[in-house]
Ligand binder design. Structure first.
Ligand code: FAD
Ligand code: FO1
Length: 456
């Protein structure tokens, strides 16, 4: 394992003999998981058991049963895969990180490992654990190909500035994965060998259950592999049509990548070796590697990633200058949420998100920019866009989302364009512009209210 993936979070730690605990959070998979591999090596060196602990937060950034359901089904598969390797899996529902600290004491843990996540809530969890820990605590970046801490010591300006920093390290970091070892015997104490009662966990969850779970994607590692295989086989070669929301050429991997149910490194490794055209492979890898790692870089270095004051100076200035501009349309949250604006194209995009849990990437830009145009202020626009995105998108509550919205509304990683009302120099998008790119009536038909059969 490349040492640059691992960060020791505390130095002054003694290490008693208890089990190694991998606090799984962002990377919810057995295969191709550097944090799990590091924890397994540690346990083998110390000749102690390995326990994977998952702390289920009673509420996480407004997630609904749609996202929790996807997460829990994926974890059930993780538990199976770990058990086959004599690795214990323990899930506890409760305030995080208190529930973890309780487990560490109960298990008499000798060392703690966790995965990397730039979000504020995760950094706060880790900080609180650090203040209450005496055993060694390591963090492993299992999400990025080039570890986020390694790519750049500062917030990058745009894709064009981070791209060379990533590309020159790909040979060093884009490697195949070792297998997860099988331990000689399951951990002795029965607290580790009790299978999780998934129905009981789901019943104890008190989350918004109005947002239905989706059935067109199968959650978990096997589901992810199937979708990825189908993408490699049938869609990657046509990826040049990625800006046409009627063309089914996207990978559909974002929910799996968000929950860590598939490794981006594995995806990149296989795409590079696929027989698809180099133009399609390059375009896809640009999104999967550069755009995705740019999002982690932004959230890691700019903790105002979900606020207007996280926008670059030029965009805050131009938006300020146009705060007083007349808005021809002004809508509040319920109108947006029920897709009841005057614009059938925008309404169709909102319908796609609420019904399928995954709006097409091209439409997300248009969707967010119109929220800026039809709300009283950029702050209100950001609040509504994040709230809807994180309520309905399967892949929501993710650095990609905060950055995608900040790009659309606040020009983050973009540049100034021609000045116009409300937007100032923020890049503008219009329905007529969309009509030049794809069949707008077809997209509207696919997601119009009367047509209940969603044709994906
Ligand atoms: P593909 O085109 O197949 O891309 C493959 C992978 O590359 C994606 O899964 C993702 O990990 C990465 N990727 C693709 N486009 C981007 C991008 N623009 N920025 C960063 N990574 C990218 N992505 C999320 O994961 N969660 C979100 O909540 C989210 N919200 C967004 C909101 C707005 C307003 C915008 C403009 C973009 C948002 N994105 C978000 C980024 C992008 O739209 C989605 O990642 C993509 O549409 C997911 O579908 P896919 O995996 O089929 O895409
Ligand atoms: N991570 C956790 O460690 N515990 C949780 O209970 C949890 C719930 C959750 C619900 C929805 C969702 O989209 C993400 C959730 N995550 C949880 C975090 C997730 O695994 C990712 O780490 C971040 O959202 C992205 O960085």
């Amino acid at each position: 394992m490349h040492p640059a993936r691992v960060t020791g979070l505390n130095q002054n730690a003694e290490s008693p003999g208890g089990p190694v605990v991998y606090w799984m959070s962002r990377d919810q998979r057995v295969r191709d998981n550097w944090a799990l591999l590091f924890a397994a090596n540690l346990a083998q060196e110390r000749k102690v058991p390995l326990v994977v602990a998952f702390c289920l937060a009673p509420s996480f950034l407004g997630a609904t049963i749609r996202q929790y359901g996807f997460l829990l089904k994926g974890l059930a598969e993780v538990e199976e895969g770990l058990r086959r390797r004599n690795i214990a899996f323990v899930l506890r529902l409760g305030e995080v990180p208190q529930v973890l600290l309780d487990m560490l004491r109960e298990f008499n843990a000798g060392a703690l490992v966790t995965d990397f996540d730039p979000l504020r809530v995760k950094r706060a969890w880790k900080q609180e654990v650090l203040e209450n820990l005496t055993i060694p605590f390591h963090e492993v970046d299992a999400h990025n190909i080039v570890p986020c801490r390694e790519v750049s010591p500062k917030q990058e300006y745009a894709a064009r500035t981070i791209r060379p920093k990533i590309h020159r390290k790909l040979d060093e970091f884009l490697t195949p994965f070792p297998e997860v070892p099988t331990f000689p015997a399951p951990p002795s104490s029965d607290v580790f060998n009790k299978a999780t009662d998934w129905d009981a966990v789901r019943k104890r969850l008190r989350v918004n259950s109005d947002v239905a779970e989706v059935d067109w994607l199968r959650p978990g590692e096997r589901g992810a592999e199937a979708v990825f295989g189908d993408f490699l086989e049938h869609r990657l070669d046509a990826y040049s049509q990625r800006n046409d929301p009627n063309a089914p050429v996207l990978s559909n991997l974002s929910p799996y990548l968000h929950f860590g149910q598939i490794s981006a490194q594995r995806v990149a490794w296989e795409v590079m070796r696929s027989s698809a055209s180099s133009e399609s492979r390059e375009a896809f890898l640009e999104e999967l590697i550069v755009r995705r790692e740019l999002a982690d870089n932004f959230c890691w270095h700019n903790q105002a990633y979900d606020r207007v004051d996280g926008f670059p100076d030029w965009s805050r200035k131009t938006l300020d200058k146009h705060r007083g501009d007349r808005r021809e349309f002004v809508y509040d949250l319920p109108v947006f949420e029920t897709a009841a604006t005057h614009d059938p194209l925008w309404n169709a995009a909102q319908q796609e998100m609420t019904r399928t849990g995954k709006m097409h990437g091209y439409m997300r830009m248009y969707w967010a920019k119109k929220i800026l145009e039809w709300t009283p202020s950029p702050e209100e626009a950001l609040k509504i866009a994040i709230l809807l995105n994180d309520t309905y998108e399967l892949d929501g509550r993710d650095p990609n989302g905060y950055v995608g919205i900040a790009w659309s509304i606040g020009g983050v990683h973009d540049r100034p364009w021609f000045e116009r009302p409300i937007f100032g120099q923020i890049r503008y998008m219009s329905a007529t512009g969309c009509a030049r790119k794809f069949d707008v009536p077809e997209y509207i038909r696919r997601f119009s209210p009367e047509d209940s059969s969603v044709s994906r």
